[in-house]
Design a protein around this ligand. Structure first.
Ligand SMILES: NC(=O)c1ccc[n+]([C@@H]2O[C@H](COP(=O)([O-])OP(=O)(O)OC[C@H]3O[C@@H](n4cnc5c(N)ncnc54)[C@H](O)[C@@H]3O)[C@@H](O)[C@H]2O)c1
Length: 351
């Protein structure tokens, strides 16, 4: 079976291993170090047995676990398990477990090592790589966090077999984003291989995850702390956050909102005369259709223009003095940052 390794050249470089049935290998590699497995109640019965009798911390599945209360309980459990500074946290799960566990590891005794074992498509192609950790506060998502890179990532695509269809399809939205950000030929290959990818065939998934990780690793290595180019990873996200805010968080899966956000970004680019690849709208729509992703606002639950506009100005990441600033594609792999969106453009895009 093929497998791949991608190096992430951050201040502390590490490797991302991508393959099938990698969890036993991950367990064997860390066996000599004192470790605790942090996972959630969905993933634990499915995939934690690879880690044998290692102590487990099991949190409730879902975004609500990215809270100060759950963070505190995780830190308390690390104390209870007598974890020392040379200990290791294994984050086995989706982006929630990865963000929470990464933050706990960065805080515990001023920082201990952690390993990411992502089990959702989103976590494998995006959140497990790059070292952003976070919990949510009452005032918003991901408002408290750190940069803390894992010492290794093991993305076992076999774990995706048990993922709910909606979660898998949502992850495909981030896959398409990665292709647009930094791997133009992946866009068309996703279209060609859509059947095998949607059937979750491991030989189709391994190269897709690998190429998305390469895109993310290159961006993160160039800008570890998001001072500039890392913002390219927010392509489609200003619109996606507006959609999620307007619909009520949790109503529209994130990756589906991202997919529509990508279409809106391409449309904005065309409208502003920035688009250099006139075929991009068509190429994007083709891959979205083949992967079962929405491309238009009409494909989502009805959202009023007023709610979408309110959502746009709510997005703190993508704005400047209340005015959204957009990441827009000239072509796949060629993005421009910080394009101010005027009211006329937004009215045209959002209705
Ligand atoms: N740190 C970053 O750079 C970064 C980037 C993007 C997103 N994120 C964060 O990631 C989070 C979303 O991550 P997510 O989409 O993975 O959600 P998630 O972690 O909530 O997982 C989604 C659901 O799938 C279940 N699950 C996970 N793996 C499974 C498997 N193999 N089989 C069956 N069920 C499984 C989980 O229990 C959960 O119910 C958000 O909080 C977001 O802010 C972080």
């Amino acid at each position: 079976m093929t497998r791949a390794t991608v190096e992430v050249r951050t201040g502390y470089p590490y490797e991302v291993h991508i393959g099938s049935d990698l969890l036993p290998e991950a367990a064997a590699r860390i066996a000599k170090r004192t470790h605790v497995v942090l996972t959630d109640a969905h993933v634990a019965p499915l995939w934690a047995k690879a880690f044998g009798a290692a102590p487990r911390i099991v949190v409730a599945p879902g975004e609500a676990s990215k809270s100060l209360r759950v963070l505190e309980s995780v830190l308390d459990e690390l104390v209870a398990s007598r974890m020392k500074r040379d200990g290791l946290v294994v984050c086995l799960g989706g982006g929630v477990v990865g963000d929470l566990g990464g933050l706990a590891a960065s805080l515990y005794m001023r920082g201990i090592d952690f390993v990411q074992c992502p089990t959702t498509l989103l976590a494998q192609v995006d959140s497990s790589v790059g070292g952003k950790t976070a919990i949510n506060l009452a005032g918003g998502k991901n408002l408290a966090g750190t940069f803390h890179q894992p010492i290794a990532v093991y993305a076992d695509v076999a774990t995706l077999a048990t993922l709910a269809d909606e979660e898998f399809t949502s992850g495909l939205g981030e896959v398409v984003k990665s292709a647009l950000v930094g791997d133009p030929s992946l866009l068309d290959e996703l279209t060609e291989n859509a059947g095998a990818i949607r059937a979750r065939r491991v030989e189709a998934l391994i190269p897709v995850v690998e190429r998305c990780v390469r895109v993310k690793a290159a961006v993160v290595a160039a800008d570890e702390r998001e001072a500039g180019t890392r913002k390219t990873l927010n392509l489609g996200h200003t619109f996606a956050h507006a959609i999620e805010h307007a619909a009520g968080y949790g109503t529209v899966p994130h990756g589906l909102a991202v997919s529509v956000g990508l279409s809106l970004a391409v449309r904005a680019s065309a409208r502003l005369g920035l688009l250099s690849d006139p075929e991009l709208p068509e190429r994007l729509a083709r891959v979205q259709t083949r992967l079962g992703l929405p491309s238009e606002l009409e494909h989502l639950p009805a959202l009023t223009p007023a709610a979408l506009h309110a959502g746009l100005t709510h997005d703190k990441k993508g704005q400047d003095a209340g005015r959204p600033r957009l990441v827009l594609p000239r072509a796949a792999g060629d993005l421009v940052l910080d394009i101010p969106a005027d009211d006329a453009l937004l009215a045209e895009l959002l209705g």
